[in-house]
Ligand binder design. Sequence first.
Ligand code: PT1
Length: 286
Amino acid sequence: MTPIDANLLHCGRHRLDLSYPRVMGILNVTPDSFSDGGHYVLRDEALRHAETMLAEGAAVIDVGGESTRPGATATPIQQELDRVIPVVEYLVRELDTLVSVDTSSPEVMQEAAECGAGMINDVRALRRPDAIKTAARYGLPVCLMHMLGEPEDMQQAPHYDEPVEHAVLRFLKARVADCEAGGIRREQLLLDPGFGFAKTTKHNLRLLNRLTVLNELDLPLMVGMSRKSMIGNVLGRAVEERLYGGLALTSLAVERGARLLRVHDVAPNVDAINMTWSVLQEGTEL
Ligand code: PT1
């Protein structure tokens, strides 16, 4: 066995060093995106937005063509392909950057991988038929996220019979086992508790409070809390007023072990992460 660097993800032609916390910039190509209002539908706008996020310090650009915010209805596969693939292709060609594809569809995973995407981000944790097989074939890192039900109905009275962090850990453990059994290397997996997915605000706050429980699996943790309603509900802020609240959550997530932060506002989050990380590093020596 050749020793592997546990902090280095192999993303096709790219490497992602997660020995310190990194930012994934959100690039929505849905016309109904919950906070970008579909402004980045055009390829050139997508390119400019991606360039800006990279200049601000994003390590990955996450391209998604299916809205998964609460209440969103299912997107037909062909529509998702039409939205996502041209943008992935264009970003890879023009920027030679690490592109992640936010999808649950094996067809989209396959097409995106073929045109150079380096990571798969699946809010359904590869539970669709053939998703594991497809991801395994390309060998790309996969983010497995916790959700119950589907975006359309997930917020109808979410309930857990045990502390929410235990339910999330149990679910992710089972998904990791299924993925490994299906030929995906453990070293290529990331875990995400799925903030805002089948969770009340109380669940979300508790999950962040207890985030360290998820470090038990010894896999890199990803979180996505940017502009979400958990901030809106606590602070009484509209979606465009949630940045400062989100930065507080980013700092706490980093302190509790998050290594990939999926955000809209890259520059402020990079500052919050680097400031938090510098404090944490000072506690490690002597
Ligand atoms: C996430 C995530 C994602 N979130 C990963 N991928 C979304 N890995 C899309 C709200 O409460 O957290 N992790 N892809 C966006 N989904 C939501 C969910 C958006 C809830 C908004 C809310 O406001």
